[in-house]
Ligand binder design. Structure first.
Ligand SMILES: Cc1cc2nc3c(=O)[nH]c(=O)nc-3n(C[C@H](O)[C@H](O)[C@H](O)COP(=O)(O)O)c2cc1C
Length: 212
């Protein structure tokens, strides 16, 4: 089944009500030049540090650059061409690194745990008016070499952080993507009970009486 929820816009318009911070979350490409203060940055990475992780292994590391420092520039150089078209406007760029092994032990949920840490950072950033746009479009080998990342650690994603800018600041094709309607798979196709693929009975959005 490929049913979709009704279209959602940039500001978010989910099927059922969720926290206002989460409805505001999205991944913009247009950014304003003013970046977070050091205190705001510390809060964001502290939110990440307080994420849950398997056995409290905290298998996340971050390499963070602020324009115009050298770290920002090196991360920017690692991005693929498509992401470089817009991410140059972001005042902060970071690499999100997972620790895959600790001594002789694999950390099989390291990437999962890193993702949770980034999710919490994203919400903390939003609470201060900053948006996070994650990217897998970068060269992990170049990043490993440039920052001397050890073998048992792996750069998984990059992210841009900044205040949301004007879509008009983007090239035409990116502007159209910035303004396009956002969609999500319906909850009934995502949340199951009894058997895989069977919607949980409580998941359906109630139909307003007038439409029955
Ligand atoms: C792991 C991951 C990798 C992503 N890689 C890219 C990327 O390389 N370039 C890009 O423009 N967006 C990237 N995105 C952003 C997604 O395209 C975006 O989250 C998705 O389209 C949903 O849009 P929304 O975040 O605005 O709700 C990535 C997101 C995640 C979580």
């Amino acid at each position: 089944m490929t049913s979709r929820v009704r279209p959602v816009g940039g500001a978010g318009h989910p099927e059922v009500s969720i926290h206002e911070l989460l409805t505001r979350r999205w991944s913009p490409r247009a950014f304003l030049p003013q970046g977070p203060t050091k205190t705001q940055l510390r809060s964001m990475f502290s939110a990440a540090a307080w994420a849950p992780s398997a056995f409290n292994s905290q298998p996340w590391r971050f390499i963070v650059g602020s324009q115009p420092d050298a770290t920002w520039q090196v991360i920017h150089d690692c991005l693929d061409d498509g992401n470089r078209r817009w991410a140059g406007a972001a005042p902060v760029l970071a690499l999100n690194v997972a620790q895959l092994r600790a001594g002789d032990r694999d950390l099989p949920t390291a990437v999962y745990d890193l993702g949770q840490a980034v999710a919490l950072l994203t919400v903390e950033a939003l609470s201060a008016g900053f948006y996070v746009h994650q990217m897998s479009g970068f060269d992990p080998r170049q990043a490993r070499l440039a920052f001397d990342i050890p073998n048992e650690h792996a750069p998984i994603t990059a992210m841009a952080i900044g205040r949301k800018g004007e879509p008009a600041s983007l090239p035409e094709d990116l502007k159209a993507r910035e303004l396009r309607v956002r969609e999500r798979r319906a909850l009934a196709d995502t949340v199951f009970a009894a058997r895989y693929g069977l919607p949980a009975p409580w998941i359906h959005t109630p139909v307003p009486t007038a439409l029955r």
